[in-house]
Design a protein around this ligand. Sequence first.
Ligand SMILES: [Zn+2]
Length: 122
Amino acid sequence: MIKKNDLILIGAVIILGLGIIFFINVTKTEGSKVLITIDGKEYDTFPLDEDTTFTVELDNGEYNTFVIKDGQVDMTEASCPDKVCVRHKEIHYNNETIVCLPNNVVLQIIGGEEDEIDAIAK
Ligand SMILES: [Zn+2]
Protein backbone atom coordinates (compact mmCIF):
# COMPACT_ATOMS: atom_id res chain seq x y z
CA MET A 1 0.00 0.00 0.00
CA ILE A 2 1.55 3.32 -1.08
CA LYS A 3 0.96 6.18 1.31
CA LYS A 4 0.36 9.76 0.28
CA ASN A 5 3.72 10.87 1.71
CA ASP A 6 5.49 8.23 -0.40
CA LEU A 7 3.88 9.61 -3.54
CA ILE A 8 5.04 13.12 -2.63
CA LEU A 9 8.56 11.79 -2.07
CA ILE A 10 8.55 9.91 -5.39
CA GLY A 11 7.25 13.02 -7.13
CA ALA A 12 9.99 15.13 -5.55
CA VAL A 13 12.67 12.65 -6.62
CA ILE A 14 11.38 12.64 -10.22
CA ILE A 15 11.28 16.45 -10.34
CA LEU A 16 14.80 16.62 -8.88
CA GLY A 17 16.00 14.08 -11.44
CA LEU A 18 14.50 16.03 -14.32
CA GLY A 19 16.05 19.19 -12.90
CA ILE A 20 19.51 17.56 -12.87
CA ILE A 21 19.09 16.33 -16.45
CA PHE A 22 17.98 19.80 -17.49
CA PHE A 23 20.96 21.37 -15.68
CA ILE A 24 23.44 19.01 -17.37
CA ASN A 25 21.92 19.75 -20.76
CA VAL A 26 22.21 23.48 -20.18
CA THR A 27 25.80 23.41 -18.93
CA LYS A 28 26.99 20.79 -21.44
CA THR A 29 26.00 22.57 -24.60
CA GLU A 30 27.36 21.15 -27.81
CA GLY A 31 29.70 23.64 -29.42
CA SER A 32 29.61 24.45 -33.09
CA LYS A 33 33.19 25.58 -33.74
CA VAL A 34 36.71 25.04 -32.50
CA LEU A 35 38.85 28.08 -31.82
CA ILE A 36 42.61 27.74 -32.21
CA THR A 37 44.64 30.03 -29.99
CA ILE A 38 48.43 30.32 -30.28
CA ASP A 39 50.40 32.28 -27.68
CA GLY A 40 47.13 33.73 -26.43
CA LYS A 41 46.21 35.11 -29.83
CA GLU A 42 43.22 33.88 -31.83
CA TYR A 43 44.56 32.02 -34.84
CA ASP A 44 41.59 30.45 -36.63
CA THR A 45 38.23 28.78 -36.15
CA PHE A 46 36.90 25.63 -37.79
CA PRO A 47 33.30 24.39 -37.93
CA LEU A 48 32.72 21.07 -36.15
CA ASP A 49 30.32 19.80 -38.80
CA GLU A 50 33.03 19.54 -41.47
CA ASP A 51 35.47 16.65 -41.08
CA THR A 52 39.01 17.88 -41.55
CA THR A 53 42.62 17.40 -40.49
CA PHE A 54 44.70 20.48 -39.84
CA THR A 55 48.26 21.06 -38.73
CA VAL A 56 49.09 24.21 -36.82
CA GLU A 57 52.67 25.10 -37.71
CA LEU A 58 54.45 27.44 -35.35
CA ASP A 59 57.22 29.85 -36.31
CA ASN A 60 59.69 27.90 -34.17
CA GLY A 61 59.10 24.69 -36.14
CA GLU A 62 56.80 23.07 -33.58
CA TYR A 63 53.46 21.72 -34.72
CA ASN A 64 50.11 20.39 -33.52
CA THR A 65 47.86 18.29 -35.72
CA PHE A 66 44.19 17.92 -34.87
CA VAL A 67 41.33 16.08 -36.51
CA ILE A 68 37.68 17.11 -36.66
CA LYS A 69 35.49 14.09 -37.18
CA ASP A 70 31.81 13.42 -36.38
CA GLY A 71 31.63 16.78 -34.60
CA GLN A 72 34.53 15.94 -32.26
CA VAL A 73 37.98 17.48 -32.09
CA ASP A 74 41.00 15.36 -31.26
CA MET A 75 44.69 16.25 -31.15
CA THR A 76 46.35 13.40 -33.03
CA GLU A 77 49.96 14.53 -33.34
CA ALA A 78 52.20 17.13 -31.77
CA SER A 79 55.88 17.96 -31.57
CA CYS A 80 55.73 18.66 -27.83
CA PRO A 81 57.71 16.35 -25.51
CA ASP A 82 54.95 15.52 -23.00
CA LYS A 83 52.16 14.63 -25.48
CA VAL A 84 49.56 15.59 -22.88
CA CYS A 85 47.47 17.17 -25.63
CA VAL A 86 47.65 14.03 -27.81
CA ARG A 87 46.55 11.81 -24.92
CA HIS A 88 43.61 14.13 -24.14
CA LYS A 89 40.27 12.67 -25.10
CA GLU A 90 38.37 14.27 -27.96
CA ILE A 91 36.25 17.31 -27.14
CA HIS A 92 32.96 18.66 -28.40
CA TYR A 93 31.11 20.32 -25.51
CA ASN A 94 31.04 24.10 -25.37
CA ASN A 95 34.09 25.58 -23.57
CA GLU A 96 36.00 22.27 -23.48
CA THR A 97 39.67 22.70 -24.27
CA ILE A 98 42.75 20.74 -25.28
CA VAL A 99 45.83 22.61 -24.18
CA CYS A 100 49.36 22.04 -25.41
CA LEU A 101 51.41 23.85 -22.81
CA PRO A 102 54.88 23.37 -24.40
CA ASN A 103 53.67 24.75 -27.74
CA ASN A 104 51.25 27.26 -26.19
CA VAL A 105 48.47 26.01 -28.46
CA VAL A 106 44.89 25.84 -27.21
CA LEU A 107 41.92 24.24 -28.93
CA GLN A 108 38.66 25.49 -27.45
CA ILE A 109 35.11 24.54 -28.35
CA ILE A 110 32.96 27.61 -28.87
CA GLY A 111 29.69 28.54 -30.51
CA GLY A 112 27.38 26.90 -27.99
CA GLU A 113 24.21 28.73 -27.03
CA GLU A 114 25.73 30.26 -23.90
CA ASP A 115 28.40 31.96 -26.00
CA GLU A 116 25.81 33.46 -28.29
CA ILE A 117 23.85 34.88 -25.34
CA ASP A 118 27.13 36.31 -24.05
CA ALA A 119 27.90 37.86 -27.40
CA ILE A 120 24.52 39.58 -27.55
CA ALA A 121 24.92 40.90 -24.00
CA LYS A 122 28.32 42.45 -24.76
ZN1 LIG B 1 51.27 18.99 -26.52
